[in-house]
Design a protein around this ligand. Sequence first.
Ligand code: NAP
Length: 328
Amino acid sequence: MSKRALITGVTGQDGTYLTELLLEKGYAVHGITRSLSAESTLLFRQLIPPGAPFELHQCDLTSKQAVKRLCQDVEPDEIYNLASQSHVGESFNNPLETLSANATATLILLEAVREFDKHGKEVRIYHASTSDMFGSPDNYPQTEKTRFHPRSPYACSKIYAFHQMVNYREAHGLFACNGILYNHESPRRPERYVTRKITMAAAKIAAGLQNELTLGNLDVGRDWGYAKEYVVAMWKMLQQATADDYIVATNEWHTLEEFLERAFHRVNLNWKDHVRQDPAFMRPAEVTRLQGDYSKAKEELNWEPTVRFGELIDLMVDADVALLKEHA
Ligand code: NAP
């Protein structure tokens, strides 16, 4: 019988790539969304071949009863916990919602997994941890041993969830893995995130549909990878003999200014002619530079990124140029 996977946050960037990957691997996939909108139903109708074993469920992940009921119905073999209030800037405005969506919901899922365990069924669980937990790190590049120093309510909530995953692994013997993923992007990244905002703006300015792009701090540095490759690492973690935590990154570091330069260059523009900085976009506390050492994932998961910084930006800009043409 095929394995059953349950994915929370399935409508997000990673959720859609992971769904495609697991369907390719022969899984039956159950996805969770907070609201079964016409938009989310259409999204999967466009992505998934007709008749593929995929089901979308509506569930409030902060309700212990609702999660327990859904887990009992689906009886998953693997759970990928991707749902999150994952916008760092927004977490400063809504720290309580962020805590509940990211930390409490993870604990509720862990309790559901423990319930299966009590009845002799192993359910493996993956949690979407983040490089933001390192915030202002002591060392470069960061490894799985680097001390956490969170710089946002988002990062604080993710650290709570991270430790609960480790705690349930150690205290109850659950197969629980944290993937500490560095920023990963794709044409599916929503436009409220700065990378997609930049690639779409470059495409629109080149097409004469927009004049200017307003951004905050350009000095921030990140380790950017391709989301489609990062979901493979998630899956690999749950196929290991023992559960563990892994950094998933490229071990390259670039500034947002470099991102801009590459994106605008792709459409033969100079970013300096079009970008304006506005202090309103600055965060109360900023993560200035993150860079991840993925050696452990390479050694133990046989996982390595192939799409690097320049190629990633080019494919995102090209996709936005194509999207605009399609809708012209
Ligand atoms: P995403 O697109 O921002 O969000 C995933 C899904 O979470 C959304 O589609 C949404 O689904 C649900 N969601 C949003 N706000 C929520 C809330 N307040 N309460 C409950 N659910 C909410 O995330 P992603 O980029 O795919 O990333 C997947 C996971 O990896 C997230 O946990 C993120 O924090 C983590 N992560 C991402 C990155 C990255 O660079 N992308 C890096 C490190 C870690 P519905 O609206 O359908 O419910």
